[in-house]
Design a protein around this ligand. Structure first.
Ligand SMILES: [Zn+2]
Length: 110
């Protein structure tokens, strides 16, 4: 897996994280069906890279023991995600323009 392939999977990985927490098995299956070229192995590596290795598994999974998780306000697993080309932050694609104007306006102007 090249770095570009890994980077391309980050939005889908982030979507899967939110979908696992906030939605059911059908929504999870919908996300997994969109993994390009059946590269579920590559998705697993990207997801592993997104986990804080200093946290214990019981800490990382603590949210699962509290029972059903309330969906976060405004979270929509189908919304398109995008990566900021300047700082690498992942966000809703609809926020990218506003983010870049606010945080990278000087880079654009110079
Ligand atoms: Zn940025």
């Amino acid at each position: 897996m090249s770095p570009a392939e890994a980077e391309a999977l980050v939005p889908l990985a982030a979507e899967l994280v939110g979908t696992v927490r906030d939605f059911g098995p059908d929504a999870v299956a919908d996300v997994l069906a969109r993994v390009p070229a059946n590269r579920h192995d590559a998705l697993a590596v990207v997801l592993a890279a997104m986990v804080d290795p200093d946290q214990s598994p019981s800490n990382l999974l603590a949210w699962t023991t509290a029972g059903p998780v309330q969906s976060r306000e405004g979270f929509d697993p189908t919304r398109p995600m995008g990566l900021c080309g300047d700082c690498g932050r992942l966000m809703a694609a609809s926020s990218l323009g506003r983010h870049q104007q606010r945080w990278h306006a000087e880079a654009v102007a110079s």
